[in-house]
Design a protein around this ligand. Structure first.
Ligand code: ADP
Length: 263
């Protein structure tokens, strides 16, 4: 469904992505992991056509993303960046309505359908209690749900998230991930996301790409990618990989250097 083909990219004269190729299937829950600076966010920017590659192509259902009109592209793939400016005092319902921009005409007046869709996503995310509150007055967990509501209002089959849970506590992290899982399993959305937490990546994703220095070092199922040898090599640390007794998914435990020396 999505084909990333020989992508090289970077900023000015600094090459960051080096000849990356990778396929993402429809309905994948696809996690991109790797150290800080490995190129994960840059790859998302290329995929979402926010940065032009030096070379290579991206195809969605066989169509080069460069041949989409801006509106059609926005109806195909939506992106929630890591940092979104939520300092302005829009209400939650106004903010979610911004997600409808690809469907609006030049006068930007919402149609009945725009109201129906935004109501549906706000119900789905359980945020109807604070519709009239200002986005800049919400907690981080509430804010993240509103941001997700905005991308859902865009009604795309593919949704891309750059570190959607990095600043949330474990309860809110699980809440958000269960929402993404529902979108994937019940609503057939293809989810692509970068994650720092390898255990969450192992638990929720069906495919992983482990990046290192602008290349994909290993890709496959969590069981294939989260093996101690690859993790130790890429992250330059010592770990144990075990299997979660309930989900049967791999999880990674760091081992302190001190303990290794003293046995
Ligand atoms: P990751 O998401 O894996 O942490 P990034 O894709 O953000 O990695 O960054 C990869 C490299 O590209 C880093 O060396 C970073 O400094 C550089 N980089 C990222 N964004 C920019 C930018 N806007 N301008 C110049 N260099 C950038």
């Amino acid at each position: 469904m999505i084909r990333i083909e020989n992508i090289s990219a970077g900023y000015l004269n600094k090459e960051v992505l080096k000849n990356i190729s990778c396929d993402i299937e429809q309905k994948d829950f696809f996690g991109i992991i790797g150290k800080n600076g490995a190129g994960k966010s840059t790859l998302l920017k290329i995929l979402c056509d926010l940065l032009n590659p030096y070379s290579g192509n991206i195809y969605i259902d066989g169509k080069n993303i460069k041949s989409f009109s801006k509106k059609d592209f926005a109806k195909t793939i939506s992106f929630l960046p890591q940092y979104v400016d939520t300092s302005l005092s829009f209400t939650v319902s106004e903010f979610v309505m911004f997600g409808r921009y690809p469907y609006m005409n030049i006068f930007k007046v919402p149609s009945n359908n725009d109201y129906t869709v935004t109501k549906k996503v706000m119900d789905f995310l359980n945020i109807t209690d604070f519709l009239e509150r200002k986005i800049n007055e919400l907690s981080d967990g509430e804010k993240q749900k509103v941001l997700i509501a905005q991308v859902l209002a865009q009604e795309t089959d593919i949704i891309v998230f750059d570190e959607p849970i990095s600043h949330l506590d474990i309860g809110n992290q699980n809440d958000i991930l269960e929402i993404l899982r529902d979108l994937n399993e019940k609503y057939n959305k293809t989810i692509i996301l970068t994650l720092h937490d390898l255990n969450i990546a192992g638990e929720f994703c069906n495919k992983l790409a482990l990046m290192e220095n602008g290349s994909i070092y290993r890709q496959g199922t969590p069981e294939e990618v989260l093996n101690y040898k690859d993790i130790e090599r890429v992250y330059n640390t010592t770990v144990i990989v075990k299997t979660n007794p309930i989900s049967n998914k791999p999880y990674v435990i760091p081992v302190s250097k001190n303990k290794i020396k003293t046995g």
